[in-house]
Design a protein around this ligand. Structure first.
Ligand SMILES: C[S@@+](CC[C@H](N)C(=O)[O-])C[C@H]1O[C@@H](n2cnc3c(N)ncnc32)[C@H](O)[C@@H]1O
Length: 168
């Protein structure tokens, strides 16, 4: 969990059966607080670290990395695909990227689509023509899976939308 802060998510994941979660955050204060809070949960480790240098870990140490809000704070942007995708989708990042858009908790409006269905987008992060998230403050979730067999030389792929992308 990169940039774990004081969120409950890691604790909830242990309740869901996850066995080993390494939580890092740049703030020594938050790491100390979380270590004390969860001293009795052996599945949770806390380490003070800058996410931009995780060289202490060897390659393939983790099954997955979860970021909830950390890139937002590092980049001072919201996770809108038109802004975010170009950062995820760069040479050396050999991803298949799938996007989900979720209304924020407590949103009272109607959601016409199932939120567990991925939202297609172009390589520059453009959503399908006419697609407007029901909630303007929606959360954007990017599931980035490393493609096997190549290491950073080919372009990442995206869950495509079949329209011509003229934005870049
Ligand atoms: C918006 S908060 C999100 C916290 C938590 N993930 C959550 O969902 O509530 C961003 C977190 O990223 C941490 N952070 C910011 N820059 C970081 C960096 N370079 N390396 C590690 N953590 C960082 C901050 O200390 C903060 O806890």
């Amino acid at each position: 969990m990169i940039g774990c802060g004081s969120a409950l998510m890691s604790e909830d994941m242990v309740d869901d059966g996850y066995m080993e979660i390494v939580n890092i955050d740049i703030s020594s204060v938050v790491i100390e607080i979380m270590r004390k809070k969860h001293f009795d949960i052996p599945q949770l480790q806390y380490m003070q670290m800058d996410v931009r240098d995780m060289s202490i870990f060897s390659d393939e140490s983790f099954d997955c990395a979860i970021d909830k809000g950390t890139l937002d704070s590092l980049m001072i942007t919201y996770g809108d695909p038109s802004v975010r995708v170009r950062h995820l989708n760069q040479p050396g990042c050999n991803w298949k990227i799938v996007l989900y858009i979720l209304p924020r908790p407590g949103f009272n409006g109607k959601t016409k689509r199932s939120v567990v269905d991925p939202v297609p987008m172009t390589e520059s992060g453009r959503l399908p023509d006419g697609f407007v998230p029901e909630d303007p403050d929606s959360h954007y979730i990017y599931v980035c899976k490393k493609l096997q067999g190549t290491t950073g030389t080919s372009s990442p792929t995206i869950h495509h939308v079949d329209t011509q992308d003229t934005s870049e």
